[in-house]
Every structure is written in structure tokens, then in C-alpha cells.
Design a protein around this ligand. Structure first.
Ligand SMILES: *Cc1c(COP(=O)(O)O)cnc(C)c1O
Length: 379
């Protein structure tokens, strides 16, 4: 098969897509077709070097261009102030569950955590190994609807080393529509499933981290945005690579970083810039999410959401079928239409449509048509 690629990959007016499915997986998630085609075209020869980017030395001038451009692009997309470091680290968001307490505990040995779901709980379990954790707030329920309590009902410790929360709970489908105010206590956010999906003011945060495989590319790399004053010596016996200080001093090059994942993240960031940046994606994401929630609300005898409308995620739309015996036929028919990976997480069941930045509106349109048609036929 011959590929005819536009030379600069900016051509978004291609007729149709070469891909056969819309992948609603929660992660690793679908990537923009443009990015995959560019990676394919550059696979054997990156920028005239005669080598793949993954074969090039991480300390060489070629990879330096890729690494620095990715950092410059995320700085521009998120308007990251100069007093923040941007690190590209291996190990996934789960490593950050440990790095945050290892580096932020010190004289202060207690931290506040907000527990809004599965990922919060994993972060809490990890932090509890290194210090004491105060659960400042947790998800509550009101007539079968899960919601995040307003901050006035939280029990915050003004002496906490930091407050950690999960702005979007990927498995529970619960998302903050506001940012906690913690005064002088550093705010730490696990943005793995919502980074770059909506505008945030980086100044509100001490640390932002995100595994790449949901909104920024492929697995293997985690972006950490950390305010300068939080870079200090970690707890004794912290593995060298888990020290933000060491990683910042070496610009994430203390050892070999995951170069190919860094490169793919760079392609995604450049693609986002060409498509209008975070604000344009936020508008698109709001539109995509509201199309699905509208069908759930309209067909409320058939579909049900257990998340309070104030906390509905615009990245991971969770819903159930009232008649749970129809879930399996729903998923099987969706699969036949090329709507794949819609099965909810094993702990929650039901259906989950993960609609990250790379999910085109067209994929959501096919899904909502199918949802309405299925409800009409089986309702
Ligand atoms: C997927 C996910 C993680 C885990 O990321 P890994 O890269 O697998 O460690 C952590 N937090 C959130 C919110 C996630 O969605």
C-alpha cells in the first residue's frame, strides 16, 4: 500500500480517515491520525539522519532538538511560568504517587489528600508509606448520585506538607469543575486524564503531573510541572531517580529517558498547537461530552449516570443501562460499528466512553447515533 502524505502534516482536510475504529479506551488511548502518520513517515529516517529517532543517542544534538521543542510547546500551550520546571520522567503517574511524598515530606510529615475515587486511593496508599495522610474530603452520595463536596466542608490541615487531589477520576467519571484554594499549602494535582483538555492557571499549583498515555501520547513518559521552591532534598534513602532535585538539575537526562515516548509526546503537543491550542480543545471537549450526556438525560428510562451533573467528567463519560442484561449486547453491537473499548472498568461495570483530545467529534457523533438507535430498538 502506498501512502500519500502531505509534506507538513498540517493538512486536516483529508477526505475521510484511514482508520477503521473509534477507540474509546481509557488508556493507553487513541492518538491523532496525523501524529501516527508522521511517526510512520519518519520511522526509518528522522530529519535526514538516516536513523529512527529511537536509535539516536539521547545526549546527541538531534534528540536535544526534539526534547527542547516538546518542552517549549507544553510551556506555550499551558502558559507555564518561568519559575516552574518541566520534567519528562519514566515510570508512569504511579511513580509520582511515591515521588510526591518522598520529595515534599521533610520537616512536615503529614499531607492532606482528597479521595474522589480509584486513583486517589492509590495515591493515598502510596503516600501512607512515607508519612501520615489526612483525608480532607471524599466523594459523597445523594440519591444515588456521586458528588465532590464543596471546599467549605473539607477538613484542611493548615500545616500539611501539601494537598493532593485528582482533578479527573478516570474510572469513576468524576471531574472537578473548580480548583481547590489551599493558601500557602502547595496544591498537587494528578492530571493524568485531563491535562491539556481545558485551560488551567499553573500558578494555582505546586506540582502538576500526568502520565502521557491518555492525553499526550504513548505510555512510558510522565510530565511533571513543579514550582522551583518545592525542589529540595528528598527523604533519606530515596532512590536517586526519584529525586525531583536531581532530575531538575539534569533536565531529566540523569539516565536514558524514554526517548521515543518523549518524541511522540512532542508530536502530539505540536498537533495541539496547530489545532488552536488548549482553548480550542476545551470547546471541542465540552461539545463532545455534552452530546453524550444529552442522550443519557434524554433517554433516562434506558441509560443512567451515577455522577452528579456538577461533577460530570468531560474526558471519561460513565453510564449504565437500566437493564444491565443489555450491557453485553450494547457493547457487542457497538464493537461491530467500530466503536471499541467502551466496556466500563471492572470495578464499576457499565459503559465508559473515554473521549480525550484525540477523539474526533465524528467518533462521538457515531456513538450518540448508536446510543439513540439502541435505546429505541431495545427500550
Ligand atoms: C491512568 C492513571 C494513572 C496511572 O498511570 P500509570 O501511568 O499507569 O502509572 C494515575 N492517575 C490517573 C488519574 C490515571 O488516569
Amino acid at each position: 500500500m502506498t501512502l500519500h502524505l502531505s509534506s507538513d502534516f498540517t493538512n486536516s482536510n483529508k477526505v475521510g480517515s484511514m482508520r477503521k475504529v473509534f477507540n474509546f479506551s481509557a488508556g493507553p488511548a487513541m492518538l491523532p491520525e496525523e501524529v501516527l502518520l508522521q511517526a510512520q513517515a519518519e520511522m526509518l529516517d528522522w530529519n535526514g539522519t538516516g536513523m529512527s529517532i529511537m536509535e539516536l543517542g539521547h545526549r546527541g544534538p538531534e534528540f536535544k532538538i526534539v526534547a527542547e521543542q516538546a518542552e517549549a510547546d507544553i510551556r506555550e500551550l499551558m502558559s507555564i511560568p518561568r519559575n516552574y520546571h518541566v520534567l519528562f520522567l519514566a515510570g508512569g503517574a504511579t511513580v509520582q504517587f511515591a515521588m510526591v511524598p518522598l520529595n515534599l515530606f521533610g520537616e512536615k510529615t503529614t499531607a492532606d489528600y482528597v479521595d474522589t475515587g480509584v486513583w486517589s486511593k492509590k495515591a493515598i496508599a502510596e503516600a501512607s508509606r512515607y508519612g501520615s495522610v489526612n483525608i480532607a474530603a471524599r466523594t459523597e452520595h445523594q440519591s444515588h448520585l456521586a458528588f465532590i463536596p464543596q471546599q467549605e466542608h473539607w477538613t484542611l490541615n493548615p500545616n500539611a506538607a501539601y494537598l493532593h487531589y485528582t482533578p479527573n477520576e478516570t474510572i469513576d467519571g468524576l471531574e472537578f469543575q473548580w480548583v481547590p484554594k489551599t493558601g500557602t499549602v502547595p496544591l498537587v494535582a494528578d492530571m493524568t486524564s485531563m491535562i491539556l483538555s481545558r485551560p488551567v492557571d499553573v500558578n494555582d499549583f505546586g506540582i502538576i503531573y500526568a502520565g502521557a498515555q491518555k492525553n499526550v501520547g504513548q505510555a512510558g513518559i510522565t510530565i511533571v510541572i513543579i514550582r522551583e521552591d518545592l525542589i529540595k532534598d528528598p527523604l533519606p534513602n530515596t532512590p536517586s531517580l526519584y529525586s525531583y532535585k536531581l532530575q531538575a538539575e539534569h533536565h531529566s537526562f540523569y539516565n536514558t529517558p524514554p526517548t521515543y515516548s518523549w518524541y511522540i509526546a512532542g508530536l502530539v503537543l505540536a498537533w495541539m498547537k496547530r489545532r488552536g491550542g488548549v482553548k480550542a480543545f476545551y470547546e471541542l471537549n465540552l461539545r463532545k461530552a455534552s452530546k453524550i450526556y444529552s442522550v443519557i438525560d434524554k433517554c433516562h428510562d434506558f441509560y443512567v449516570s451515577h455522577v452528579h451533573p456538577d461533577c460530570r467528567s468531560i474526558m471519561n463519560v460513565m453510564f449504565h443501562l437500566h437493564d444491565d442484561s443489555l450491557t453485553t449486547p450494547f457493547l457487542a453491537e457497538a464493537e461491530k460499528m467500530g466503536l471499541t473499548n467502551l466496556r466500563g472498568h471492572r470495578v464499576s461495570g457499565g459503559v465508559r466512553a473515554s473521549i480525550y483530545n484525540a477523539m474526533p467529534e465524528e467518533g462521538v457523533d457515531v456513538l450518540v447515533d448508536f446510543m439513540q438507535d439502541f435505546a429505541r430498538r431495545r427500550g
